[in-house]
Structures are given as structure tokens and as C-alpha cells.
Design a protein. Sequence first.
Length: 265
Amino acid sequence: MSEEELYCLRVRYVETGRLRYLSHLELLRAMERTIRRSGIPYAVTQGFSPRIKAAYCPALPVAVASDDEWFDLWVREYRPAEEYLEDLRRSAPPDLMPQQAAYVEVHGPSLGANLTIACWEADLSVWPDACLDAADAVDMTFHAEDVRRAVEAVRAQGQIEYLRNGKPKKVDLTEKLVGDVCVDPGESGGVHLSFTTRSSNEGALRPDVLLAEVCRQLAESLAVRGSSAGSTQDYVVSFQRNLRTSVVRTAQYLEGKDGTWSRPI
């Protein structure tokens, strides 16, 4: 069957709960099983190893949840998108539940290459009994203003250097971190952050990389509180070990050549 006889169904779904710990490859397998169970007349790829003809948005880091994940599915028969959505919903686990579906152009902008803007929310806190060692508890509490200063210090660097799979990497914050980072007190203690990133052929700013650098700056600025119990480095290591982070991708946008943003459907 030629591509002229196919239809492209774009689906938004969530990735929450325990399934946020799936790797990207495990996620693809889970979604393929959902599609097969649904009974949708999907198209398959050409070649020696035919697979479901589908394309997915940029991968989530493991342990990060999302309210705004997307995939394109090519189907052989035209039916109302709502019918296909209900078929998928009946077959999907709750933590990978489809939320919205609509037809898009078969040869339109691809999700992987054009879904370059991502909005994130993160919550930071430390365990209540966080301490440097069992004998000498150290104050590791922090407030929104502490995190705000740490964010400003990171932005002033202009870039973040880190290791990925043992290899040194560098990310330019001027291009990859879009707009301001909003820092507010969390609803149940801790601190809440909202920020937006941009990806490109040169790479992307992963939320865990940004948060790790912010938390390193934060720990170093708070280290004076634990100076009597050990070195600054000891405090930073202990702080990072006791830190709790929760990250959600809340929205994604297609970025046009003129800089305008638009939703996938």
C-alpha cells in the first residue's frame, strides 16, 4: 500500500506512575503492544523486518513523568479519530493512557525533528532527617530564594559541562534554556521550578542536567551550615544524596522557522 493511501493519526498520551521508569525502547514496545491489542488497521514498514509504522516524540529521561507525549500512527482505513482514540484507550495501561487524537498531514513536520520546545516542572526537597552522619545532623533546609540564587549562578556561567556515559559534554544555556526559570515555594514544602528548553541538531538541555547543576550550586552555597561537621565537599555529596527531585514534562511545541510555537494538533 502506497503512502498516498495511508492516513496519519497523531495521538497525545501521558506517561505517569511506575511507567515513567521505562526506558525509551521499553516505552516503544509497550505502545506497540497497545496498538496491536486495539485492533486498529495500522500500516507496517517496508523491508525485511516489517514493523508498525509509527513515529514518536523526543525521548523522556528515565524517571521523568509527562502529561504531553505524542506519537504518529499511520493507518490503512479512515475512521473518525475519536473512534481510534477509544480503541487505544481500551487497550492502554492507565499510566500510558491516550488523551487526544487527530489526523495530520501524511508528509507534515515530523515529531522527532520539529517538536523542539519542551516545558518542564520540577519539585526539589530533602529528606527530613538528612544529615552528614548519624552522630551529627546538619541543617540542609533551603528556600525558594536560595534556589533562585543558584539558578542565577548557573545562568551566569552560560553553559553546563557534564559527563554522559563517561564522555565530557557541554550545553549552551543561551540557546537551550528559553526564557526565565520560575522558582516558587512548593505546596508541601520544598521548592517548585518551571522552565522551558529547546532542542536542536546540536543536542538538548536535559532537565536532569540542569537540575543537577542548580543543586550543586545550591549545595555549595549552603555548605557553610555544615562546615563544623565536615568539609564543603562532604556537605555537597551528602546534600545531593539526600535530595529528592520530581520532574514532569508538561507541554511540547513545534517551533517554526520564524520562531513561532504551535501545538502538535
